[in-house]
Every structure is written in structure tokens, then in C-alpha cells.
Design a protein around this ligand. Structure first.
Ligand code: PHB
Length: 397
């Protein structure tokens, strides 16, 4: 087979939020990169994904020259509601920490990033296959991939950035004796739906109930996203629309008479819940970022935001590396990024365990959880921790 040769400074595997943002930040520093992605552009832009952006993520998007519509088309959320015992308790982010979050779905972020990279003549290859990493523990690493027309390219580089998510190839390029995987699964999943309906509330509602957790979120003024805790093996096809609405309504019901606005359900699926961290985040010249290095359960809305925080640290490390050729810049990346990763792991785990009902839970466990939620919502100190973590810790300088 004919193999063409190419060269760049940073080969980026994966055109998700991490890979595309990294490529943009590097370009702004005059560092050349090439992004390769197995999915097609249409698929990436058309898959409706979650989107709670921390203040720092919005600041990064708007201040780094990305042509983003987040401020024009996103919705600012100045709080969330925690619902338990059939009543809502608002956590007011603006009052508690002077920060907020934005509802702006991930695929909209991706559209903005792709358009910006293309208008800056960034090299992006969609629809590639057979991505392989080679010689990542040398000073001359390379990756290889096959494009849509069957042509194979060998891309030599200085650095490989593994931004290809939890089922990508990058994390598998670490030798077994180097990789330490920290993993936890949860005995429940999330049954998620998209429905054609108006919003049921102005902000997100995280509900704890005897029947388990539920989350009321939104995508657009006419499309709503809702979830309820379920068995991880639950078969979505077993659930009629009426049964889904009944389950959701029961979990949010309460003395205040709150109920959800129902509509046609046009997408449903079960999402597993897990926590995962790969350490170290670097092997030689291969550095992982985003979901390739860690997974959080979705309860804290941290996944996308952690990916953005990683690449911000990574872009700075690479700027230092290319300016000096000193490995100490690469050495600093993982430990700096991991500090935030573990704080977010704790927050996501804490939100998950506070709000979900364990399959074996008894009356004690349920009352204890109510006690915790009561302490949190009736204390300014307790609420402030949630507000601080949810809106996001400041990005490291
Ligand atoms: C979502 O809108 O899909 C969403 C929002 C908040 C979360 C998780 C998912 O914590």
C-alpha cells in the first residue's frame, strides 16, 4: 500500500471538545497541529449531547478567539434546584459565589470549534480509520491513519495528544506496567429521554426521591432532556411513553403541586454511571486529555468542563515545551491537571451518592440522605460548596 508522509508539531487524535480546543489554542501560539477523527463531521455535529458550561469554560471559549454563539444562543443559569421531600430548594450561584453556568449543548460547542478551525485553515481529517500510534516513548513519535478514500498517511510529530475519549486508541498505547487505572462503577444507570415539550422549569432540577433520582434539564425552548435513575441493564424498549412519564412525574411530585410538561418522546436510552481516572496522564511524548484520561458520572455536569480545563493546561505546557525543548513542561501537565480531575471526581461522586437510591438502601439510608440534603440546603456554607464546585473552580493560570 502507498503511504504518504506528513509532519506536524502536535498530532491530535480526536475532534471532540478537547482535541479541537487544543488545536485552536496551539494555533494561537503559532504551534502547528493536525487533528484526526474517526467520526464524520455530520455525525459529530448532529449528535445531541449534554451542555452545562462552567463560567471558566465560557470564558475560555469567548476569550480565545473562537467564533462561538454561546453568549447569544446559550442560556445563563444562575442556580439549580435540589428537590427532595416533595419540595424544591434553590441553590443561588450568583448570590453564593458570584458565578453562573450556561446551558449550551456540547454539539453546538463543537459546531463553533469546527467552523473556527476550518476558517483558520486548520488541518482536520474526519472519517479516518485504523489510527495507530508508534514510537511515543521516543523524541520522534508518529501516528498513522487511513482516510476515507483508503489512503494511508504516516504523520511524524513531536507530541501526540490523545483526545479520543473513553473508547479511543490513545489510552491503550500506554504499557501495562505504566498505566494505573482507578475505576468505580455504580449499581444504577440513567434512563434518558428527549421530548418535544416546553421547559417545565427555568433551571435544572436534581431530584432525590424514594423511587430514586431524577434530573430535569433542557436543550432548547422546544426540546427537553430528562433522566431518571434505573437499573443499568434496563431495556429502553420495555418502557412505553406513558410508563416513562408516570415514573418521572412520581419522582418529582410533591406538596407544592409541581409537575412536568409532557410531550412526544423522540429519543431514549440508558447511560451507565462510572468514575475512571488514568494516571499518569502522560507516557513519553503521548499526553492524554479529556475523556481519554478520565470519566465522571454525569451528575455534576463536569465531563466537558474537565476536558476544557485539561487542554488549557496542556496548551500552556506545550507552549513551554516548544519554546525551550525542556521535558519539565511535559512533566508538569499531568499533576496539574489531575488535581482538578480528582476534585471533580469527588464532586461528581458526592452529588451521585447524595441524590441516588442504592438498590439495597433501607429506611436509615433514605433518612440519612434527607438529613444531608437538609444540612446542605439550610446552610450557606453547605450551599456555597455546591455552588463553587458546580460553577467550577478557577482555571489554573
Ligand atoms: C443534560 O442536560 O444532559 C445534563 C445536565 C446536567 C447534568 C447532566 C446532564 O448534571
Amino acid at each position: 500500500m502507498h503511504i504518504s508522509d506528513s509532519r506536524t508539531q502536535v498530532a491530535i487524535i480526536g475532534a471532540g471538545p478537547a482535541g479541537l480546543t487544543l488545536s485552536h489554542l496551539l494555533a494561537a501560539q503559532g504551534i502547528d497541529s493536525v487533528v484526526v477523527e474517526t467520526r464524520e463531521r455530520d455525525e459529530i455535529e448532529g449528535t445531541i449531547r449534554a451542555g452545562i458550561l462552567e463560567q471558566g469554560t465560557v470564558d475560555l471559549l469567548t476569550s480565545s478567539g473562537i467564533d462561538t454563539r454561546v453568549l447569544a444562543e446559550g442560556t445563563r443559569h444562575e442556580g439549580v434546584e435540589l428537590r427532595f421531600d416533595g419540595r424544591g430548594h434553590r441553590i443561588d450561584f450568583t448570590d453564593l459565589v458570584g458565578r453562573s453556568v450556561w446551558l449550551y449543548p456540547q454539539h453546538e460547542v463543537l459546531k463553533d470549534l469546527i467552523a473556527t478551525r476550518l476558517s483558520d485553515n486548520g488541518r482536520l481529517h474526519f472519517g479516518v480509520s485504523d489510527v495507530a500510534l508508534d514510537k511515543v516513548d521516543t523524541a520522534e513519535p508518529e501516528i498513522a491513519f487511513t482516510d476515507r478514500d483508503g489512503n494511508r498517511t504516516r504523520l511524524r510529530c513531536d507530541i501526540v495528544a490523545g483526545c479520543d475519549g473513553s473508547s479511543g486508541v490513545s489510552r491503550n498505547a500506554f504499557p501495562e506496567d505504566v498505566a494505573q487505572d482507578h475505576f468505580r462503577s455504580y449499581p444504577f444507570g440513567w434512563f434518558g429521554i428527549l421530548t418535544e415539550a416546553p421547559p417545565s422549569a427555568p433551571e435544572l432540577i436534581y431530584t432525590h426521591s424514594e423511587r430514586g433520582f431524577a434530573l430535569i434539564s433542557s436543550r432548547t425552548p422546544t426540546v427537553q432532556r430528562m433522566y431518571f435513575q434505573c437499573d443499568p441493564q434496563e431495556a429502553p424498549a420495555d418502557w412505553s411513553d406513558a410508563r416513562i412519564w408516570d415514573e418521572l412525574q412520581t419522582r418529582v411530585a410533591g406538596e407544592d403541586g409541581f409537575s412536568l410538561k409532557e410531550g412526544r418522546i423522540f429519543q431514549r436510552g440508558v447511560i451507565p454511571m462510572r468514575s475512571y481516572v488514568r494516571a499518569p496522564m502522560r507516557h513519553g511524548r503521548l499526553l492524554l486529555a479529556g475523556d481519554a484520561a478520565h470519566t465522571v458520572p454525569p451528575t455534576g455536569a463536569k465531563g466537558l468542563n474537565l476536558a476544557m480545563a485539561d487542554v488549557r493546561v496542556l496548551a500552556q505546557a506545550l507552549e513551554g515545551f516548544f519554546a525551550t525543548r525542556e521535558d519539565r513542561h511535559l512533566d508538569a501537565y499531568g499533576p496539574t491537571a489531575l488535581r482538578r480531575v480528582w476534585r471533580a471526581q469527588h464532586f461528581s461522586y458526592w452529588m451521585t451518592s447524595m441524590l441516588h437510591t442504592d438498590p439495597g438502601a433501607g429506611a436509615f439510608d433514605l433518612q440519612r440522605q434527607r438529613g444531608e440534603l437538609d444540612s446542605l440546603t439550610s446552610s450557606r456554607a453547605g450551599s456555597t460548596y455546591l455552588a463553587e464546585a458546580y460553577t467550577g473552580w478557577p482555571l489554573s493560570p
